[in-house]
Structures are given as C-alpha cells and as structure tokens.
Design a protein around this ligand. Sequence first.
Ligand code: NCD
Length: 329
Amino acid sequence: MKHIISARQFDRPQVERVLADAALMEAVLQGSPSDRLRGRVMAALFFEPSTRTRLSFETAMLRLGGSVISTENAREFSSAIKGESLEDTIAVVSGYADVIVLRHHEIGAAARAASISRVPVLSAGDGAGEHPTQALLDLYSILAEVGRLDDITVVLVGDLLYGRTVHSLLVLLALFSNVRVICCSPEQTPLPQDLADYAVQRGVQITCEQDLGRAVAEADVVYQTRVQKERFEDVEAYRAAASRYVIDAAILAKMKAGAALLHPLPRAGEIAVEVDRDPRAAYFRQSHRGVPLRMALLDNVLQDGLRPLTGRRPISVDATATARPGVIG
Ligand code: NCD
C-alpha cells in the first residue's frame, strides 16, 4: 500500500515516472472515457477550504471511471464537530473507500492518518506542513513551461514560512541537478531553516534577495505564493507581509522572455490581473494540469500492478513528449 504524505518520500526516478504517467494521462483525457478505476471509490476528506485540489482530485477519479464520496468543510460538517478524532474518522472511512484524499489543518495529520488507514492516504495539505501532490504538479508545470528540471533558477516569492506548497516544492527541486533558488520573502515569513538546510545538503544553491525586480531577472521560474492569512495571529503582521511583494506589469517586464510565472492559487492580490494576458503567466495552465497529474497518482496507488500502463518507459527530460495517444485503455 502506498501513501503520499510527504515530498521527502520520493526519489528522482519515482518523480520522473509520475510525470511521465501524467503525460500519458493527458492522452487519456483526450480519448474516449476511461474505465481503469471503475468500481473504485475515492473519499475526499477536507477539513480546510479547497477549490482546485479537491475538484481536480475528484475530476481525476471520475475521468478514470471511479466514484467519489466527499466531505467538504469536514471540520464543521463531519463528526469532528462532535469530538471525533482524526484517527477514528480515518478508521471508519478507510472501511468505505479504496483511497482517501485528506486535507487537514494540523501539521503531521496525513502521517497520523496513514498510520491508521487500511487504504492509501494521499495528503492534500497538512496545515503549514506539506502539499506533496501540488509540488508534483508544480514540477510537471515547470517541465511543460520551461522544458527541463535540471539547470534552473527558481525564485520563490511570498510566504515561505507557512506556504506548504513551497515546502514540498523545494524538497522535490533538490532531487535535480544544478538548481538555484532565490528566496524573496517578507521578513515575517522566511523559509524555515531546517528546510533550507535540507535543500543545501542536497546541492541546491539558495540565496535571499529583497529586491523582487532583481530576483525575477535571473529566473527561469518565478513561483509566487499567497501570504497565508489563516495562519497569522497578528493581523498587522499579515497586512505588512501581504503587501510586500506584488507582481505587476513593471515586475513582469524584468522577467526573461522564456521564463514562467507560477502560483499554486488562490491569489489574493499578489499577482495583478493585468499580468494574466502575458504568455509567461502560466498559473491557470498550471491549475489545469492538476487533473492528469492526480489521475497518474490515483492510478498508481490503486491500479498499478493490476493492469499496468502500456507504453510506459523511463521519462525523457521532456515528459510531455512521451504522451502517445491511445496507449492507455
Ligand atoms: C494552496 C494550499 O492549499 O496550500 N492551494 C492549493 O492547493 N492549490 C495554496 C494556498 O492556499 O495559498
């Protein structure tokens, strides 16, 4: 049984295989409806708000012929409000479904759930901890937009302290060669030191830059993030952090021609709407890639070994080039 609870559980070949399978799933999406996961049930247990992650997981399951049971706002509308522990909820739901997608407000919740569950648990974010499936989707987008994962400079902007997508992304970037990361964060939300140490030990070159314009001029990828309002106790500190780095037309003008601007979304003012028209603004394309990427993950944890993807081969650096229509039934 395979759980996905942290980006740290992946090695490079595993990441490359997920990305190659996601490319194959793009072909499935274009073909006739698939029944690869017919008869399988995915439970989506979301204790925190979500639009993209929940709906793309649900879409992914439905596109593969499976079914979905779902608790949105589980903090209020599940038995959690009656005092049920996460462990008890998982013990029950893992008797109903074949896979559980869990978003929870506490760091470590996904690991706790996995230790109880009889079925695979896929983390959809645990508090300010990690968001591994988003990070896989982010890598998939970098590959699609920039064409490579080695030899890149990535500028991480915004909330590097509470932003769980950044935490998982940095861990995955550390699997690749010659990766340079420039951190551009308000003083209230720096990158946690243990995470910086983890990446540096694995060869990532990390620097900090206060001047966003100077940072983005170096970038192949600019990864903007929302300051995580819900994790702040001090409203003034939130306001100061949130207004610090905004990407507008003037900042965009400093980016390289072939660079990509990513954001896990939702945005809350940190990318001006005027930027959307620029071809480098890749965040909506990025959000759409959540479906094939999560199809690949669900297929991997539920079906792998039963009816393997045909046409699978080790990833080439350009994963999207491996997509061959019609190879998956
Ligand atoms: C992110 C999250 O929930 O961590 N959203 C997402 O899953 N795409 C980012 C955020 O909420 O700012």
